[in-house]
Design a protein around this ligand. Structure first.
Ligand SMILES: NC(=O)C1=CN([C@@H]2O[C@H](COP(=O)(O)OP(=O)(O)OC[C@H]3O[C@@H](n4cnc5c(N)ncnc54)[C@H](O)[C@@H]3O)[C@@H](O)[C@H]2O)[C@H](O)CC1
Ligand code: K
Length: 528
């Protein structure tokens, strides 16, 4: 487990830090270490930022000379900020401090006193403040306990209105550490330096517009202290490249062959939605699955063959509306011939018998799109109750609400945990921060994505990619939720790479399929 995977609440972070202090690490030393780490990381970011934003006329070139406004709070978040203030002062920045609080924690008060003795101007009133090139937000960290009101709320709104880059320490001040909700008002950060371990609130969708680019500042928290507080099996984890590569079982064995790399059956498409079948097939292709069979209505079989010559396209009888009426598998083949089935994109809701058939099979199954809408019509929990083998559901919020009308999906972590435990399935709830839970409540959060993926067809690609990975590794003793997390991570990283080269408007679903192998290659080069 790399530190990047752990996700903590304020209480857990306080307990972990409490263990570090109890073991002898002086609080002042930790604050000094953290302050220096932030200053170093900040200098790297500021060099990059300087190339894209105009600087104040006072700017004298080089790293120094920029004007820095430090917002210092009454607690140790403020203490961190004052250490940063001192370090940037010695690096030649023009630093001023805004510190409006009457009562400060002891350590924070000492750092303020030293900054003042160094001649760094300190202000308590907004009206007195000079201009600056950027701000460093050390008002509140995980010690924020209640709504921010009065002059502090006014100050936060005032700084947001300056439209200057704001670098927040630990969390944007005003965000609830655990839920990410705004307590009164909150700093809209350009960049957030999250300290030690990812705070749960930074992984919640409602926090996204306040966080900016988030970075973890690792200050060497011993793993033993983390596990002592979080337990050996941590409940909520952030998907990282390391976990994904463990699941994808790369590199391939030199003696592998196509039958050892899994056989996936996709059941998708209709006369009305042939594209869904093609996109799902292209997603599966990218997974490297050994054998790919795609069951579609007979009338679109030639279309699929032209897009996916390597796949076995199974033309099935169709209803008068052009949906698959029943599966007509090749001779000597039944559903148990496949390592996994992914079913739903483009099916339309006229394919109920197909969904009943795959649910009654004993094959690992992914249901998406119309497969989920039909499941909802059949009765989600009662229908899945009879399934013994792996089931994965991949709804977006609308499909989730149809499947689980009684579950409030605002708290996405709780929502997927509840849905997974009620159905015995692994449930992925799509979104800007996709959440995945297994029936035991172990949750993966995909913390990096791009709004460019919010387009028709993008989910079809994910279904095919996930189905291919599942078919490849299902017999390799992997956790099913790890497979789902690997697919979600790969899918979003493909989107992020496509945005870099084609802008946020250039990532249609077909283009996305062309970036999946590219992003894997770049990730392997980066990790090896
Ligand atoms: N624990 C440590 O020694 C280290 C912590 N790190 C940094 O410190 C903060 C956590 O510090 P803490 O003093 O516990 O709390 P905050 O600085 O986040 O909060 C400040 C203080 O403000 C008061 N307060 C809470 N809510 C409000 C409000 N709505 N209005 C006004 N005042 C409020 C409350 O009394 C708090 O004590 C952590 O985020 C790190 O930045 C270091 O990184 C390592 C050492
Ligand atoms: K802060």
């Amino acid at each position: 487990m790399t530190k990047e995977q752990f996700v903590v609440t304020a209480a857990q972070m306080r307990d972990i830090e409490g263990r570090i202090f109890a073991a002898g690490m002086p609080v002042a030393a930790l604050m000094e270490k953290v302050g220096r780490l932030i200053s170093d990381s900040f200098a790297r970011h500021w060099q990059r930022l300087q190339s894209i934003i105009p600087l104040s006329p006072l700017f004298q070139g080089g790293l120094g000379g920029s004007n820095v406004g430090i917002l210092a709070g009454p607690g140790h978040n403020g203490g961190d900020a004052l250490v940063v203030a001192r370090e940037l002062h010695f690096q030649g920045y023009q630093v001023w401090i805004y510190q409006p609080f009457a009562k400060l924690k002891e350590l924070t008060s000492q750092h303020l006193q030293y900054a003042q003795n160094l001649g760094i101007p300190c202000f308590t009133e907004l009206a007195e403040l000079p201009s600056c090139d950027f701000l460093i937000d050390g008002l509140f960290g995980f010690g924020l306990e209640r709504e921010i009101t009065g002059n502090i709320a006014e100050a936060i709104n005032h700084f947001n209105d300056w439209n200057k880059p704001i670098f927040s320490i630990d969390l944007p001040s005003g965000l609830h550490t655990d839920t990410g909700e705004v307590l009164g008002t909150a700093i809209r950060a350009t960049h957030t330096f999250c300290l030690g371990l990812w705070k749960q609130g930074l992984l919640q969708e409602q926090a996204l517009e306040y966080i900016g680019q988030a970075e973890l500042i690792d200050f060497d928290i011993p793993l033993a202290d983390i596990h002592a507080i979080l337990g050996e099996v941590t409940k909520i984890k952030r998907i990282t490249k390391t976990t994904v590569f463990d699941t994808l079982s790369l590199p391939l064995s030199p003696t592998t062959h196509k039958y050892k790399s899994g056989h996936l059956l996709l059941i998708s498409g209709s006369k009305r939605y042939a594209g869904g079948a093609i996109l799902t097939g292209l997603g599966a292709r990218a997974s490297g699955v050994g054998m790919l069979s795609i069951a579609v209505p007979e009338s679109i079989k030639p279309l699929l063959i032209s897009h996916l010559p390597e796949a076995l396209i199974i033309g099935c009888p169709e209803t008068e509306t052009g949906a698959i009426s029943h599966l007509q598998l090749p001779p000597n083949t039944d559903l148990s011939s496949f390592n996994a089935i992914a079913c739903g994109p483009g099916l339309t809701t006229d394919a109920t018998p197909i969904i009943e058939q795959v649910i009654n099979s004993d094959v690992p199954l992914i249901l998406d799109a119309d497969g989920l809408n039909i499941l909802a019509q059949l009765g989600t929990i009662s229908t899945l109750q009879k399934r013994q083998n792996t089931t994965i559901l991949t709804p977006h919020t609308g499909e989730f609400h149809r499947l689980f009308p009684d579950i409030n999906y605002q708290d996405r972590v709780k929502a997927v945990q509840t849905a997974a435990s009620q159905t015995g399935a692994v449930v992925l709830l799509k979104g800007a921060r996709t959440a995945i839970s297994n029936p035991e409540g172990v949750v993966w959060i995909n913390a990096e994505s791009t709004p460019a993926l919010a387009r028709g067809g993008s989910g079809d690609v994910l279904t095919g990619l996930m189905g291919g990975i599942l078919a490849r590794v299902v017999n390799k003793q992997v956790n099913i939720e790890d497979v789902v997390a690997a697919a979600a991570w790969w899918h979003s990283q493909g989107g992020i790479l496509a945005v870099k080269e084609r802008t946020e408007l250039g990532v249609d679903a077909f283009t996305l399929t062309q970036y999946l192998i590219r992003v894997l290659k770049l990730s392997i080069e980066d990790i090896l």
